[in-house]
Design a protein around this ligand. Structure first.
Ligand code: NDP
Length: 322
């Protein structure tokens, strides 16, 4: 198997020299319960940046893989599986890191969507929005990182639920994209006056905030929250590559005066992941949500594509087809 391991600690944005490919022998002899898989596609996830990975250790991440051989009834030979087995080609496991099989992918989406809308990103969007924002029809939902893998799905689900959906992202092209998939208003956080843009986009204030980025823009959003608003804290990518802590001072104060319910959550804790997958799959098949991905080809290009994703080059899920 080809396996990526950490060659040097990340300082600020990762560099290509922080990544190294090694060859690992994987025996094809299987014990009961084991399966042997070959990766088809790797999803590039921001958590690979902040996860504690020691020098020489493998990187964490999700992949869609084909089961080459199996002594595990849940993941039979020939099936496709979404698994958190990192940036590697061949894997022998007992399926502990598998989330579910993906043999029934919709015909109208690329296979790589198994690591995007039908993978951790989609499950996260669905789980976080429904359970922690609890959006109600007619409410205003704000999404940061709106054009990304998670954010673009959050916005589309909130539209299905009858909400007004607003968001921000890092380029005018991304703003156009999120509007094209149904966002009622969006702005480029790199070029806009946040207070003005939020007031215009949310004339009735914000009821639900799905936060993908954290940092200063989150305080600007919090100041526009309505009383008893709900905040799902999904991620804080604005700080992942920062070399200094970026904690906005008024955040907690705003929570108190507005009686906000803020919940951080991890998609890993969702017990029934497959039911989120099935709901998203149905919506894709019915054309009620769409997916866009930024796809790179070649195992050797994973690090560059990962760095590009952290710098914002992607619309929708960033994935690498092997
Ligand atoms: P994305 O597809 O959204 O890709 C990352 C995006 O982050 C970039 O395209 C860029 O878009 C944006 N970004 C980068 N730097 C900054 C910055 N300084 N300020 C604001 N935005 C920035 O990734 P995902 O959808 O996979 O993940 C989105 C968030 O959700 C991350 O914080 C991630 O850690 C979190 N997450 C949490 C999970 C959970 O279980 N809680 C599971 C999955 C993801 P732009 O051009 O708009 O800046």
């Amino acid at each position: 198997s080809k396996v990526y391991v950490k060659a040097a600690e990340f300082v600020g944005f990762p560099k290509l020299s922080d990544f190294e490919i090694i060859e690992q022998e994987v025996s094809e002899d299987l014990q009961d319960g084991e399966l042997l898989t070959e990766a088809i596609c790797v999803g590039l996830d921001p958590y690979t940046r902040f996860w504690k990975t020691d020098i020489g250790e493998e990187f964490i991440g999700f992949q869609l893989a084909k089961v080459l051989k199996s002594k595990n009834a849940e993941y039979p030979e020939g099936s496709l599986v979404l698994q958190q087995t990192g940036w590697r080609t061949i894997t022998k496991s007992k399926g502990e890191q598998a989330w579910y099989t993906c043999d029934d992918l919709p015909k109208n989406v690329p296979q790589s969507s198994a690591v995007g809308v039908l993978g951790m990103a989609g499950v996260t969007a669905h789980y976080g929005l429904i359970n922690f924002c609890e959006p109600k029809k007619g409410e205003t939902v704000m999404v940061t990182g709106a054009a990304g893998a998670v954010g673009s799905i959050v916005g589309q689900i909130a539209k299905i639920l009858g909400c007004r959906v607003i968001g921000c992202c890092g380029s005018d092209e991304k703003v156009e994209y999120v509007k094209s998939i149904g966002f009622d208003a969006a702005f480029n956080y790199k070029t806009s006056d946040w207070d003005k843009a939020l007031t215009e986009a949310a004339p009735d204030g914000i009821d639900c905030y799905f936060d993908n980025v954290g940092g200063k823009i989150s305080s600007a959003v919090m100041s526009k929250m309505n009383l008893n608003g709900r905040v799902a804290v999904c991620g804080s990518i604005s700080s992942y590559n920062s070399t200094e802590p970026d904690m906005a001072p008024s955040f907690q104060f705003l929570c108190v005066v507005k009686c906000l319910r803020i919940t951080g959550f991890q998609a890993f804790n969702l017990v029934d992941k497959k039911s989120a997958y099935l709901k998203l799959k149905t919506w894709l098949e019915e054309g009620r949500i769409t997916t866009k991905e930024t796809v790179t080809n070649g195992f050797e290009n994973i690090p560059q594509a990962f760095i590009d994703m952290l710098k914002g080059s992607n619309i929708g899920k960033a994935a690498v087809i092997l």
